[in-house]
Design a protein. Structure first.
Length: 330
């Protein structure tokens, strides 16, 4: 049983805890918690049996803790990942990994040198419908991949209050890209490989907080395919992903529905069961720590996703100029 500390107990940190607590996991258990304002979560931690502190160093020094799960502001990830690795703790970090490729590579290198597992919280990779999409593409059943499209949008920007860390350009550049668009980037990379360049435009039209509400990007893959993605923070929720090939197309809608169209236009629809992707990714992390399986999201893909996002930020700052994606390695 892997004993884990949750670092950051906001809405998403609590969601991660609940995913393996409500129906107790046999693979890992949250035993400790680190929060900036302990009084806000003291009752919650008492109910969940979590040892609470505001001192990350204290948790990293505790031999009873085998791993940490980071659900903290994006700008803190690189330093926290490195600190955990140096303390010999395995690390699960929420997406985006970091906000720039250089710090992502440095943090990953520290984990590799320390011999600890580094896992990235790209939970959509664990959707059965996405797994089937990836199988179809990898098997060549779609023919040559020509183009991808994706949109992940929601209304959360309308509810943010000034001062919320997620509602700042420093933590959330180009609107919903760090919260939602990064999932589309990761899906693109997982399905079609590295992205060579990107053009991005982002604007704030209606939101009162320091967050863009409308962001779109056009990409070119290293393998020759193209793609377009969008993410909005002030509209109704939608998640969709589509891949076009020379033998037809695939369309993932709202996580569970996969439409498969052949070259003659015949469409069949598969509805997959709903799964707890947070539980799935955390248990996959525990399996990787135990050495029984490799975590299914390659660290290299996560680093590349950060490089794509970083290039998108630079492109938006330059009015949509096409930018090459940093293709460096560790």
């Amino acid at each position: 049983m892997l004993k884990v500390a949750i670092v950051g107990l906001g809405r998403w940190g609590q969601r991660l805890v609940e995913s393996v607590h409500t129906r107790a996991s046999a693979k890992l258990r949250f035993t400790h918690a680190v929060a900036r304002t302990p009084d806000k979560v003291r009752a919650y931690c008492g109910e969940r049996g979590l040892v609470l502190t505001r001192d990350l160093a204290q948790v990293l020094a505790d031999p009873a803790v085998g791993a940490v799960v980071l659900a903290t502001p994006h700008s803190q990830h690189a330093g926290q990942v490195a600190a955990a690795a140096r303390a010999g703790k395995h690390v699960f970090v929420e997406k985006p990994f970091t906000l720039d490729a250089a710090s992502a590579r440095a943090a990953a290198r520290t984990c590799r040198d320390a011999g600890v597992v580094l896992a990235l919280g790209h939970n959509r990779r664990f959707l059965p419908a996405f797994v089937e999409m990836k199988r179809i593409v990898a098997a060549g059943e779609l023919g040559e991949v020509l183009h991808l499209e994706g949109n992940f949008s929601g209304n959360f920007g309308l509810g943010y209050q000034p001062g919320a860390w997620r509602a700042t350009q420093g933590e959330s550049p180009i609107g919903g890209m760090t919260a939602m668009g990064i999932h589309i980037i990761d899906a693109f990379v997982g399905l079609a490989g590295p992205i060579a360049s990107i053009r991005c435009e982002s604007q704030r039209k209606v939101l009162a907080v320091d967050l863009d509400d409308t962001t779109s990007a056009f990409v070119r893959f290293a393998g020759g395919a193209t793609g377009c993605m969008s993410t909005l923070t002030a509209t109704g929720r939608i998640v969709r992903l589509q891949v076009f090939g020379t033998r037809g197309w695939l369309h993932l809608l709202d996580h569970r529905i996969l439409e498969i169209c052949d070259i003659d236009g015949k469409v069949r629809r598969i509805e997959f069961p709903q799964v707890d992707t947070e539980r799935a990714e955390l248990e996959a992390f525990a399996d990787a720590v135990a050495g029984v399986a490799i975590y299914p999201v390659p660290v290299e893909d996560a680093i590349h996703g950060v490089a794509v996002m970083e290039a998108a930020v630079h492109s938006a700052e330059r009015g949509g100029e096409r930018m090459a994606v940093d293709g460096g390695t560790e």
